[in-house]
Write a protein that binds this ligand. Structure first.
Ligand code: PLP
Ligand code: COI
Length: 354
């Protein structure tokens, strides 16, 4: 693995857009900070990253990203505490997953120091952009795309690793209604589902549009074989509480190994909540919704945090979930966000000061 031989260079923006931003009313991921990090892979090596003003990038029409979709990304957040300190949550896990995705998409792996030093140098420069408004954070999007050219269907010989940041509010506004998918599939055994590959998301847009037209916010993906098991949502892993047991499906070739998911499992165990990691059948969830033992369902992810599911549709029938005064979703969300925003002890060692 390469190590960084030169220091990261910083070209500062001459002006700042920060005063144009309404930090009290942030949407998700649509306003970008003043700077970005760019690191090129050329001649068989990752070059020293540069921080430059946020700007368009130039690519040739023959760049392989446009034709063969060689692109991967990560989703992270920076949180500001009351004393003004900035924190990341388990950033080494994002780096590991980026390289897992890279391997699957035949993209050269990025050394850890490029990721962590690049990220922290950029965030130190953009610290003022981390919102202080409760529930808001700086969403961070590290990604790699194939900039190398050629119509030959083979891996590119050049790539760009970029980090861009967006001060953001909630991903969903309010509770989420989901449609359990019966026809389309997000991923398959032996496929790319476990990677954060751009194409995984493009493939979800059409079925999700159909679900939105029917009045749902998200699709819950089921296994591609028989659509028998609940797998995950478009941007979240899924948890179901049946009676008092919190259940989530095992990660596999088809399911993203969510950092929020694994953190929630550890926190739930620490809270004394009975947890199970096992396949959840659609029939079991439908039956539990009918007999009232399905107490709650929620999605978990960096962007979505913990998003309670208000109800779901399946085979033309709608099922509502009860409103609980003491839900696991609320309890677990408080525990994880207290760690992320440095409001509570971090017994797991997950917080990472920028
Ligand atoms: N599943 C999918 C398909 C996702 O895109 C995400 C978001 O990153 C997740 C699950 C949750 O993963 P994490 O908690 O690491 O953000
Ligand atoms: C995230 O939660 O960070 C993600 O990457 C999901 C994204 C599709 C918004």
């Amino acid at each position: 693995m390469e190590t960084m031989t030169n220091a990261i260079t910083i070209e500062k923006s001459k002006t700042s857009k920060i005063h144009d931003v309404d930090f009290e009313n942030l949407s998700f991921g649509s306003t970008y900070t003043d700077h970005m990090l760019v690191c090129d892979y050329v001649d068989g090596a990752w070059q020293t990253p540069k921080i430059i003003p946020y700007q368009p990038i130039t690519l040739e029409p023959s760049a392989k990203i446009f034709h063969y979709g060689q692109s991967i990304f990560e989703g992270m957040k920076a949180y500001k505490d009351e004393a003004g300190k900035a924190w990341l949550f388990r950033p080494l896990e994002n780096h590991k997953r980026l390289n897992k995705s890279a391997e699957r998409l035949a993209i050269p792996e990025l050394p850890e120091s490029f990721f962590i030093e690049g990220l922290t140098t950029l965030l130190q420069l953009e610290k003022d952009w981390i919102p202080e408004t409760p529930g808001s954070s700086l969403y961070i999007r590290p990604f790699i795309l194939a900039s190398g050219t050629g119509f030959h269907a083979s891996p590119a010989d050049a790539y760009k690793f970029i980090i861009a940041c967006a001060p953001s509010g909630s991903y969903f506004s309010g509770k989420v209604r989901v449609l359990i998918e019966e026809k389309y599939s997000r991923s398959a055994n032996g496929g790319v589902g476990y990677a954060k590959a751009g194409g995984n998301y493009a493939g979800q847009f059409y079925p999700t549009q159909l679900a939105i037209e029917k009045g749902y916010n998200q699709v819950i993906w089921t296994d591609d074989n028989n659509h028998e098991y609940i797998e995950e949502a478009g941007a979240m892993n899924i948890f179901a509480r049946i009676n008092d047991t919190l259940i989530t499906g095992p990660t596999s070739d088809r399911i993203l190994d969510g950092i929020t998911r694994k953190s929630i499992l550890e926190i739930a165990k620490d809270e004394g909540i009975d947890t199970e990691v096992r396949n959840i059948t659609v029939n079991e969830v439908v039956q539990a919704a009918k007999d009232g033992t399905l107490k709650e369902m929620f999605g978990a992810g960096t962007a979505a945090v913990i998003s309670p599911i208000a109800g779901f549709g399946y085979k033309g029938v709608d099922y509502d979930l009860p409103e609980l005064s003491e839900s696991y979703a609320t309890r677990l969300k408080k525990r994880i966000t207290d760690i992320q925003y440095n409001r509570a002890e971090d017994k797991f060692g997950w917080r990472y000061e920028v």
